[in-house]
Design a protein around this ligand. Sequence first.
Ligand SMILES: *Cc1c(COP(=O)(O)O)cnc(C)c1O
Length: 368
Amino acid sequence: MKIPFLNLKVQYEQIKQEVLPMITEAMENAAFIGGPQVLGFESEFAEFCESEHCIGVNSGTDALRFALMAAGVGPENEVITVPNTFIATTEAISQVGAIPVFADIYHDTYNIDVTKIAEKITRKTKAIIPVHLYGQAADMDPLLEIAGQNNIVVIEDACQAHGALYKNKKAGSLGIAGCFSFYPGKNLGAFGEGGAVVTQHEEIAQKIRMIRDHGQAKKYFHDMVGYNGRLDAIQAGVLRIKLRLLKEWNDARRKNALYYNELLSDVPSVTTPFESDFAESVYHLYVILVEDRDGLQDFLNKKGVSTGLHYPRPLHLQKAYAHLGYKEDSFPVTEKVSKRLLSLPMFPELKRTQIEYVVSSIKDFFKK
Ligand SMILES: *Cc1c(COP(=O)(O)O)cnc(C)c1O
């Protein structure tokens, strides 16, 4: 059996009948940038995220960068986030001229350890970016409290958490802004690049609308130096079609995760994902923890099971961040789990028989 890590082709088959006429119509109307598809998606995604405003942008990275800019984060400021995330989180911080400051993660959820934040706050700290990793919300209440006490804004990196819940509230709706990616492999993915910021604040929304469109409030009148960071109309059209199915797809991911958990419950060498009481994960990734991670990955590969690593080298140990001067052992939890985490195949259409095959292959490995 061959089991892909992700299969976007089956998803396409499900929506093909709706997508193709939408694309044809966009071509025939030559409606490529902005327009009704983008406006329609923005209002539907804002509603989905229980947020007042949504601004479609080019990518999740742009969403984070524009949110930081709109919140007034700039040169010399410090922004606290985790070393166990995709580099886009800190690229956005670096690109506005600010300095990423890392806080370690919990060993069970792999999300930011809120007890490690206070010690990182200085006079320069302007923002905290919690990452809702693998689809599970970080512990937002204590985090928002620390931020509030110190006059720091919270920008959520919800790029892996479309539809995830924190105490029954939508991920992305809790901070000053929530940032999403529509990279094809995300729970809500476009047919190319895409992203969005959601916010409850009119002022932040207006600033981001300007930033994404060359700093113009009115055509050819530029109030600031901005970016070309808009969402394409065809991508917005694809996202509108997919958004209607997102709840169903997220539910299917959760079902798959529960089935994995059940089948793996008698494999003591495997730690299955831990879900906090306050969180309802949307399982962007299904990540297990094992001692001999590399051995298991090789073995599964030979059995035809594709897996992923999220993430094998923590950001503070990346060459790109050597100038920050972090050494090994700076973040023991992140460093320890980075050598042990393995992402198993996870997508809504994954079949029970495929999950059974993945788990029986894992059991074979430990029987060797
Ligand atoms: C995907 C992702 C991003 C960046 O999104 P792009 O659309 O690829 O720019 C940022 N943060 C996290 C945690 C992500 O998973």
